[in-house]
Ligand binder design. Structure first.
Ligand code: NOJ
Length: 722
């Protein structure tokens, strides 16, 4: 008779129960292991599968995963391996797959539909490679811009991050986990990782439980609601307790309170770090016990956990029931994905960067670009432009444009890799479109980003002098972004500032294009350039989309999801600050950010009027609608991102000066007025009070609607909650 666990017509819970009852302690602990393929030899990898029944590997690509899966199918219970990869903005560790804009760049589209589609495309390409799971999305709040991983975030706003979290999770996981092109999403890094001390990666996050709940938890709550199958516990401690050792955060809040049903994986060697770095445990037995008791289900890359955990269960120090719970969560997902039934498929490489995927990527890349300045309508470029000088270290640098988590950097750094798919650097995009218009393009790199030598600047300036307009492409590079690459100084580095000053002195219109992982402090550029365009890490089609914007074939419609500082000493500059007494300012620095959250220009202009709330008195269970008239008063059709903010006028704890609670991206034709309606559930106005309870406190709220987060740009209406 067929064993229950092999019978796919049975419910998942029965199959899990059946197989669990057959498993030895060693087989159970094996399921909790995630082995880094790049850090073991092939012989060791084979042993991990055949002798210790490892449940998961990370960072394998196609052929290797097929080999390991074959080995697993020959073990006693034939439990399939689950393969995880950092497909953070496309399946980009694989050279040949679609490379999307970074999470930060894509968030500037404020287009959740396109973000969902990007997730779908990534899922198809990851699945086509025989892998099951992406360690994405990053739901950290990008608050300290010195942090090296800001590029991986969806920006600084908890609400917006939650919207994109749900969208990309829907995209990754598709309609059903059992579909052949669905992959598991992983909400990370749970939680508070983006605000570790001094912006230093993996240090302690100094936050009260109230702040944890009010600021860091909301996007993760949205991830649970969206059915996210896995969570990753971050490296950091919060108020001295490492997340991986925190029963309160993992079991009590995530699993109990939020009802998360999937499994939790640690981040890289978190269990070992409890001993080596964070020093809350003296040895591996203690660290393994803590990790299990706190509620980590799968252990990433702490291979010593295996022996220690087997021993802990055999000696009764850790109850087998706790291990069963972890393994149950992991196996439930394996069954739900249909892994036990799936044939070991060959690579479907025709999916990689196929025309349909490129099209989705192009749409998203276009909408991710943010126009920050456009003095005297410098842009779009007019028919008078016959010669363009493209100057700068990031003009023709696909590595800087791709950003982190691609085959250049992971799993093993390969800075000299050559992309196997056609890519558009900024230069290539400009050249292609210019040549179709009979415009000449001169190019010079000008200088380096990591080196202050100025020798080649003079030649670059010569090149610029021969042109009608100068497009300077500057920013940062891969060495300045990523894990362990936090920066104290957010100025543009190398000789870039000198280059820009020399280019400015040529007297030609100066358009600055920023290619950078995260906001830099660029007050000189904001002041002196005629036009400024932010592209962040725009991926393989950045240059194509940029050129379309420069020539006006695309009207820019992105807006910042993160604030820009004047200076790194001004940090933090996020918009949803708690108010202070003295206007929140420094005596030597403006109190406002250089560019605020929600800000971005278009080649047309929009006028806001008539803010009306469907109700001005309501109860905590109501949903109201804010409607506003938005008129396109320019000559071009365009898209506008209408934003709704709220402020709790009097509250029992100090609450932010304003917080985003809704938005709509709308297309409005030149001359047209659209009445834009944004729903607001009053429950969204809840705060976390002193007793850790979420409550909507009765009283007055200010509802503000407009084009960005600046006070002076917002229409205001009063709402009373009874
Ligand atoms: C460490 C990183 O913090 C995490 O984001 C990533 O998913 C894992 N390593 C696996 O590469």
């Amino acid at each position: 008779m067929q064993e229950i666990y092999k019978d796919f017509s049975r419910p998942v819970s029965e199959r899990v129960q059946d197989i669990l009852s057959k498993m030895t302690i060693e087989e159970k602990i094996g399921q909790m292991m995630q082995i880094s393929f790049a850090n073991v030899s092939r012989e060791e990898a084979e042993e991990w599968v055949t002798k210790r029944f490892a449940g998961s590997f990370l960072h394998t690509l196609g052929e290797d995963s097929r080999w390991l899966q074959d080995l697993a199918s020959q073990t006693r219970l034939s439990i399939p391996i689950i393969f995880g990869i950092d497909a953070i903005h496309g399946h980009a560790l694989y050279n040949g797959a679609t490379v999307f804009p970074s999470q930060l760049a894509m968030s500037c589209s404020w287009n959740e539909k396109l973000v969902e589609e990007a997730g779908r495309v990534t899922a198809r390409e990851v699945a086509a490679d025989g892998l099951h799971w992406t360690f994405s999305p990053v739901l950290c709040i990008g608050r300290d811009l010195r942090w090296g991983r800001i590029n991986e975030t969806f920006g600084e706003d908890p609400y917006l991050i939650g919207i994109f979290a749900a969208a990309i999770i829907r995209g990754y996981q598709g309609k059903s986990l059992s579909d052949s092109d669905s992959i598991l999403a992983c909400a990370k890094h749970y939680l508070g990782y983006g605000e570790s001390t001094g912006g230093r990666d993996s240090y302690d996050t100094q936050a009260s439980i109230r702040k944890v709940r009010e600021v860091f938890l909301p996007p993760f709550r949205e991830a649970v609601k969206a059915g996210c199958a896995t969570f990753m516990a971050g490296y950091q401690s919060i108020d001295g307790t490492p997340v991986s050792a925190s029963k309160k955060l993992l079991r009590d809040i995530l699993k109990e309170e939020l009802g998360f049903k999937g499994f939790v994986v640690t981040d890289w060697n978190n269990t070992g770090s409890l001993i080596i770095n964070q020093k809350v445990c003296g040895n591996m037995a203690d660290a393994s016990r803590k990790a299990i008791e706190a509620g980590n289900d799968m252990i990433m890359s702490t291979n010593e956990f295996y022996d220690a955990a087997v021993e802990l269960v055999k000696t009764g120090v850790v109850s087998e029931a706790l291990v069963d719970e972890a393994v149950r969560r992991i196996l439930s997902i394996k069954f739900a994905m249909g892994l036990f039934e799936k044939k070991n498929t060959t690579s479907k490489s025709h999916a990689f960067a196929c025309p349909e995927h490129i099209e989705t990527n192009l749409k998203l890349t276009r909408e991710s670009i943010v126009l920050l300045k456009n003095e005297n309508n410098t842009l779009p470029l007019g028919s008078n432009v016959k010669n363009i000088a493209v100057i700068g270290p990031n003009a023709d640098c696909i590595k800087a444009q791709f950003g982190d988590w691609t085959f250049f950097s992971h799993p093993v750094p390969n800075p000299d890799a050559i992309p196997k798919i056609p890519v558009h650097t900024m230069l290539k995009g400009i050249e292609e479109l210019s040549s179709s218009k009979g415009i000449h393009v001169f190019y010079h790199k000008g200088c380096d980003i990591m080196n202050a030598a100025e020798e080649s600047i003079a030649e670059a300036v010569n090149c610029a002098s021969a042109a009608d307009v100068v497009i300077a492409v500057v920013g940062d590079c891969l060495d300045q972004n990523g894990e362990g690459k936090d920066r104290a100084d957010l100025n543009i580095s190398g000789a870039q500032q000198k280059l820009l000053e020399k280019l400015r002195s040529c007297g030609k219109p100066l358009i600055v294009v920023l290619v950078n992982g995260k906001p830099l402090s660029v007050p000189w550029i904001a002041q002196n350039a005629d036009a400024v365009i932010e592209t962040f890490n725009s991926g393989m089609l950045g240059g194509k989309a940029l050129a379309e914007v420069l020539f006006g074939e695309v009207n820019p419609s992105g807006k910042l999801t993160i604030s820009f500082p004047y200076h790194s000493g001004q940090l933090p500059v996020y918009y949803n600050l708690l108010p202070g007494w003295h206007g929140n300012k420094y005596m030597d620095m403006p109190e406002k950010p250089l560019y605020p959250f929600g800000y971005g220009l278009s080649y047309t202009s929009f006028k806001y009027s008539n803010l009306i709330l469907s109700k001005t008195r309501c109860s905590a269970s109501d949903t109201i609608v804010a409607s506003v008239d938005v008129t396109n008063i320019g000559k071009l059709d365009g898209k506008e991102i209408v934003q709704l903010y709220a402020n709790d006028v009097v509250s029992s704890v100090v609450t932010p000066i304003k917080e985003l609670k809704g938005f709509k991206k709308v297309e409005i034709k030149a001359g047209e007025t659209k009445t834009v309606q944004i729903p607001l559930e009053i429950s969204q106005l809840a705060i976390c009070n002193e007793n850790e309870q979420y409550v909507v406190e009765p009283g007055e709220f200010l509802i503000m609607v407009g084009p960005d987060s600046r006070d002076e740009m917002l229409l205001k209406a009063s709402l009373t909650v009874e």
